[in-house]
Design a protein around this ligand. Sequence first.
Ligand code: C2E
Ligand code: MG
Ligand code: MG
Ligand code: MG
Length: 288
Amino acid sequence: AAKALGRGTYAEFEPWLEERDRERAQLEADLKTAIQNDEFTLHYQPLYDVELRKTVGFETLVRWHSPIWGVVMPGEFIPLAEDSGLIVALGEWIIRNAIHEASGWAEKERVAINLSPLQMRSPRLLPTITESIEATGIDPDRIELEITENMLMHDSERNVAMLHEFRKMGIRIALDDFGTGYSSLNYLRSFPFDKIKIDKCFVEDIELREDCQAIVRAITQLAAALGMSTVAEGVERESQLQWLRGEGITQIQGYLISYPVNASELSDGRPFNEDRHKWFRLPGTVAD
Ligand code: C2E
Ligand code: MG
Ligand code: MG
Ligand code: MG
C-alpha cells in the first residue's frame, strides 16, 4: 500500500516520471528482441599514437538501430541491458563480432572491447573470448579489454583473478573513464593495467583550465611510474592535442582523429593514406 501511495504521489506531482518509466519499460522490452532481429552494429573509433603519429587500434562502440526508436546510443541502452541481464548475450555478440572483424584488418591494429560488470561475472565470458581467438586465429596480443573501476568494487577478488587469466593469454587490460569513479588510486594497486584511459571531462577544456592540466599531468606521471600507458578520451581540437602531447600522453582518441565509423566505412578507407591522422578526420557530419 505504501508503494502504491508513493507512486500515486509521484504521478500527481511529476506525471513525466511515469511517462519515463513506461518508456523505459518499452525500451527494455524492445531491447530483448533486438539481438534476434539483428539490430545492433559495431562502430570503431581510432586510437591514435601520439609519438608514432598513426592509428594503432580501434575501440569497439555498439549502436542499436531500432525500427521504433531510431539509432539508440549505448549510454541509453547499456544500463538497461545491465539491469535486465541482457548484456551477457549482447556482450557475447559484441565480442564475437569485434574479434571476427578485427582479425581481417590488414594492418593488424588492436581492437578494444568494453566490458560491463555483469559480463565480467558471467561464466560465458572466458569461453567466448577463447573461442573467438581460436576461430579467427587472431593474436591475443591485439585484443584489449576496457573495464571500469566499479568492476573492482564488487566481486573484486574474482574479477582481478579473471583479469590475470586474460593477461596470461596475452590480452591487454585498460582502465576506462579514469578519474570519474571512487578511490581510483587504490584500484591502480589491484591490477597492473596496461593502460589508463583519462576521462574526457578532464580533456574538455584543458587549454583553459589549470586544474584539468594538473590532473592530466598527475595521471600521466603516475601511469608512467607504474609502467602503464595513457589515452586521453574526447580530443576534439588540435589545441587539446598540443597540451596532451606536452604532458607525454601515449594515445589520443576523439573526433579530432575520427568519429566512430562502421565496418564498411572503415574498410572503404583502405589502403590508408600515409597520414591517417588527416584521413580519419571525417569533415562535417557525424558518422553515427
Ligand atoms: P567509453 O567506453 O568511455 O567510450 C567513449 C565514448 O566517447 C563513446 O561514446 C565515443 O563515441 C565518445 N567519444 C569519442 N570521441 C569523442 C569526442 O571527441 N568528444 C565527445 N564528446 N565524445 C567522444 P558512445 O559510443 O556513446 O559510448 C558511450 C559509452 O557506452 C562508452 O563509453 C562505454 O562505456 C559504453 N559502451 C559503448 N559500447 C559498448 C560495448 O560494446 N559494451 C559495453 N559494455 N559498453 C559499451
Ligand atoms: Mg571504452
Ligand atoms: Mg571511456
Ligand atoms: Mg566514457
